[in-house]
Design a binder for this molecule. Structure first.
Ligand code: 13P
Length: 603
């Protein structure tokens, strides 16, 4: 693989002023200014370091990943001792550190990046963060790509307003961006500051704490170059992002990690730590989880009601509506899939799992295999523990990172209105099965969602719903403790507390909010990663209104959000009606529900 890196090699000069006594001077208005009247001797004594920056970082990262990269504009080369050049750097950048905070001083007029049309074939042209391209260079790159059909173009778009570079964006196969999202399909985009450095704030973690080893500018370059290199080496998107994060967290100036070192840290990362990270990312604030995991039987019923043919293609097209809805990643952290969907493909040929990962959405999977009646009983337990370990291992390999298991309980009343079911036996058995499943998930590297659902169907009142849900939760958390399930890497999916669907006295949103808050706060341990709600057959508006009231009754010790299936999907299903000419209408109906529910989380 042959990569041409288009960019400028810089020299970064670090001046650490923290040991100076007189860092600031005041003007007549008592405004403090950094005192720049230091002499060269002081620079020297108070820690002056320099390193290669800009495109040099990219060259270094790609070379250490074992890839062949060439820089335009520079004779910089990677040797076993690091980067070397015979030419003095043309562009300098100063990084001043005072009171632990960095300030960057870069010349206002950057040197333009010279681009000479190469004679050689390159598999990739990578336009680095440091590139400053003139219109004539842009048109040369564009013509080179037109001629060299198999060359892929990857762009780091630091500044959305760079009119010259923007002209190349439509030709790009992949674009890294920092703030404003370019208008490209999601699978072609990677948000560097948010996801390459996954799950942490680069400015806090890197700029300040590790300023002595890395600036946030080089961190961006390391992150993007590691993702790029890992992609080229055929790693999955998720693995590439993970390696990027490891590289940023462990590199020193001009000493990034090689592939073996990255891999070693990646392999050693504590599974526990990763699981907790995934769980935390599934319940990030103001977003929910979409349940799109209806089994073959459930989807058949949905389609049948609307006379939609239940074919493999229609099921794919239906799921595709949700996954390709604009802005989806701003409303959901994760999506639960059914086995068949996890093996189907998006329009661009990517499988759905990778497609969702490339949209920064965590894919999960339903792993239970439905309900079975206990002997001589109307009550049910959930099947699927047999072969579960092997299935989880395969799902992990496919890129799925969390799982769901649903147990169902019905409240049946006698003629006097006393509760007959669920019995203690059904509650205990299902709690035990849920705990066994959760423990198996955590061993296989998947975050378990445990879902004990008290079904909405029934004639019970809101107090009976509260009583039984509380009882189920108590037993569930007892069993999860018995099975040593790490609650910080586990999510509860539960019903709202409300009167049954056939009960005359339906619950108001205010009642649902108050009672649900009370039950959650009294029956759920504080170290759980999060609580999400199912909609259970409530109308979409009812579920949203109830969610809003539950939010109002917070704060809670854990994140609380939605994980609806029907209340998010049904309006889109009706709008689509099996006809792909209605896809756009269906996406809009879905987006409307997403917006309404994320708004309900903000109350
Ligand atoms: P509903 O929101 O339609 O209840 O579905 C949630 C779910 O995942 C049930 O297992």
């Amino acid at each position: 693989m042959n990569i041409l890196v288009v960019g400028n090699c810089l020299k970064d000069i670090y001046l650490n002023l923290d040991s100076r006594t007189e860092k600031f001077e005041s003007d007549k208005n008592h405004t403090k200014w950094l005192n720049l009247a230091f002499n060269a001797e002081e620079h020297f004594f108070f820690n002056r370091e320099s390193s290669f920056g800009g495109a040099a970082v990219t060259l270094e990262v790609l070379s250490r990943l074992g890839l062949k990269a060439t820089l335009t504009n520079s004779d910089l080369k990677m040797t076993p001792d690091g980067l070397v050049t015979d030419q003095p750097a043309k562009t300098y950048r100063y990084i001043l550190i005072a009171d632990g905070s960095p300030c960057y001083f870069a010349p206002s007029s950057h040197e333009l990046t010279h681009f000479a049309t190469p004679d050689d074939f390159y598999d990739y042209v990578y336009i680095d963060r440091s590139a400053r391209l003139s219109p004539s260079s842009i048109s040369k790159i564009s013509s080179y790509l037109d001629l060299s059909k198999n060359t892929k173009l990857i762009i780091y778009l630091e500044n959305q307003n760079d009119q010259n570079l923007n002209q190349l964006v439509p030709q790009a196969d992949l674009v890294f961006y920092e703030t404003k999202k370019p208008n490209l399909p999601p699978e072609k985009l990677i948000h560097v500051s948010e996801t390459c450095l996954s799950y942490q704030n680069i400015h806090e973690k890197v700029s300040v704490e590790r300023i002595d080893v890395l600036t946030h500018l080089s961190a961006y370059s390391i992150a993007a170059a590691t993702v790029l290199g890992s992609f080229i080496l055929g790693k999955s998107v998720e693995e590439s992002l993970r390696l990027a994060r490891i590289n940023v967290e462990n590199s020193f100036l001009n000493s990034t990690l090689n592939l073996a070192e990255l891999q070693e840290i990646s392999d050693k990362a504590s599974p526990e730590e990763n699981l907790e990270l995934i769980a935390a990312n599934l319940v990030l604030p103001k977003k929910g989880i979409l349940a799109a995991d209806e089994s073959g039987g459930s989807i058949h019923k949905k389609f049948e009601q609307l006379n939609i043919a239940d074919t493999y293609e229609n099921r794919r097209d239906y799921r595709n509506i949700f996954f390709t809805t604009k802005d989806l990643e701003n409303h959901v952290n994760g999506i639960i899939l059914f086995d068949e969907t996890a093996r189907q493909f998006a329009d661009n040929g990517q499988n759905f799992v990778d497609f969702l990962i490339s949209r920064r959405i965590i894919p999960g999977i339903k792993v239970d295999q439905g309900l079975e009646k206990f002997e001589n009983s109307e009550e049910t337990y959930t099947k699927g523990l047999e072969n579960l370990d092997a299935r989880l291992r395969e799902y992990y390999r496919l890129g799925l990172r969390f799982a769901k298991w649903r147990a169902a309980f019905e409240i049946r009343l006698d003629e006097q209105g006393h509760i007959l079911t669920p019995t203690d036996h059904a509650i205990e058995e299902n709690a035990r099965i849920l705990a066994e499943y959760a423990s198996a998930c955590q061993s296989a590297g998947l975050v378990p969602i445990v879902e004990p659902e008290l079904v909405y169907d029934g004639n019970y009142d809101i107090n009976q719903s509260a009583l039984i849900t509380g009882k189920i939760l108590d037993e569930l958390f007892r069993k999860l403790a018995d099975y040593h399930v790490n609650l910080r890497a586990c999510i509860l999916k539960v019903n709202m507390i409300l009167a049954g669907k056939q009960q005359e006295q339906q619950s108001t949103p205010e009642e649902v909010g108050k009672k649900t808050a009370e039950i959650l706060k009294n029956h759920i341990p504080e170290d759980l990663a999060g609580v999400v709600f199912l909609s259970g057959g409530q109308t979409p508006e009812q579920a949203t209104n109830n969610l809003r009231e539950i939010t109002k009754n917070g704060p809670y010790p854990w994140p609380v959000t939605f994980s609806f299936a029907r209340a998010l999907q049904d309006p889109a299903l009706y709008a689509w009606n099996g006809d792909n000419d209605n896809t756009e209408k269906a996406r809009q109906a879905f987006l409307d529900r997403l917006i309404a529910n994320t708004e309900a989380l903000k109350e």
